[in-house]
Design a binder for this molecule. Structure first.
Ligand code: UT7
Length: 332
């Protein structure tokens, strides 16, 4: 018998502290006007010093479980997308498992930068065969503030911290199916346009590396911008073609929230009207793997989705990695 996968619940979490562009004006040579016009960002959320990625992920997961009407014991698979793990190992999924008490789950993490949630959901769907795994918790969680160079104005204004979660459940009834399809891709030839140079086996963090801030994110902004627009438009058009779905059938385009100019360029290439493109980059900034699950949770909780509506997600990040998925909301 064929198995399908339904979205049973969504959840999200934003740290309490808000860092505005005006706050940043006091930290680096920048202005609210520059940040708004170049990125569309007005503020971002910043996790507390003692708040790790798994702490945020656990809250988002609990909210998603609540919506799904499930207990932590119901979950048998946890996949966490993050590039800001609590520690190099154990994986952040194990910490979330412990925090929420999901004692029956198998947990691991996926590292695909800003495309991480699209990758992690696709892995979850392929594992939800209904025999070994029935209910997966997929989390995108990031403490980007922990890898940002707060003296580098070209990157520190862009990022924020957040977590989003989704519960996926194996079902037999096709009418409940939420996962229409996905396309993923990577190109390691561009690995040096968006990366963290140190902290891994190539460059362990000794005093010299720390002095040179090799633990912080580096980005060739304009190159990333160009690649992001071209790749995200291409992968979403390809996926729509592959699944036979027309743009007109898509209720919400849910793009990775990196820059309003990137989002608008993609939307225009896809010829989608503004009111069908979800934007929260102004309030949250770029929270890497968390942007898409947070956006979906906001759409759901705001009541801006109806049974049968289609969501087209599209993401892009360091690697390079990219991914797009088509989801159908099938809950009442
Ligand atoms: O999740 C994926 C990750 N990242 C992205 O998607 C980001 C992709 N890239 C971008 O969003 C844009 O390239 C940025 C927002 C990062 C930069 O915008 P830009 O229009 O490409 O600006 P630029 O890098 O060409 O810089 C223009 C000027 C430069 O000054 P000069 O050389 O013209 O004198 C920069 O030094 O703006 C300067 N600048 C700033 N000025 C004020 C750079 N950052 C700032 C700043 N405030 N924060």
């Amino acid at each position: 018998m064929q198995n399908y996968v339904r979205i049973a619940g969504t959840g999200s979490y934003l740290p309490e502290k808000i860092l505005t562009n005006f706050d940043l004006e006091k930290m680096v040579e920048t202005s609210d006007e520059w940040i708004r016009t170049r990125t569309g960002i007005a503020q971002r959320h910043i996790a507390a010093k003692d708040e790790a990625t798994s702490d945020m992920g656990a809250v988002a997961a609990t909210n998603a479980l609540e919506m799904a009407g499930m207990t932590p014991e119901d979950i048998d698979l946890i996949i966490v997308a993050t590039i800001t793990p609590d520690v190099p190992f154990p994986n952040t999924g194990c910490y979330i498992q412990k925090k929420i008490g999901a004692k029956n789950a198998t947990a691991f993490s996926v590292e695909a930068a800003c495309s991480g949630f699209v990758f992690a959901s696709d892995v979850a769907v392929s594992m939800l065969d209904g025999k070994r795994y029935k209910r997966a918790l997929v989390v995108g969680a990031e403490k980007m503030s922990s890898i940002v160079d707060w003296e580098d104005r070209s990157t520190c204004v862009l990022f924020g911290d957040a977590a989003g979660a989704m519960i996926l459940e194996a079902v037999e009834n096709e009418e409940e199916n939420s996962y229409i399809g996905a396309q993923l891709g990577t190109d390691g030839n561009f690995s040096d346009i968006l990366y963290v140079p140190g902290g891994g086996s190539r460059m362990p963090l000794d005093e010299i590396a720390l002095n040179e801030k090799l633990n912080c994110l580096r980005m060739s902004g304009q190159e990333v911008f160009k690649q992001a627009v071209n790749t995200m438009s291409r992968v979403s058009v390809d996926l729509l073609g592959q699944t036979g779905i027309d743009f007109d059938q898509v209720r919400w385009l849910v793009p990775h929230q990196a820059n309003i100019r990137i989002i608008n360029a993609i939307r225009k290439k896809l010829r989608l009207p503004e009111e069908r493109c979800y934007v929260n980059v102004d309030r949250i900034g770029n929270s890497s793997a968390a942007t898409i699950p947070v956006a979906i949770d906001e759409i759901v909780r705001n009541g801006d989705i109806q049974k049968g509506d289609l969501l087209l997600t599209v993401a892009f990040g360091g690697g390079l990695t990219w991914g797009s998925s088509i989801l159908r909301w099938t809950k009442d």
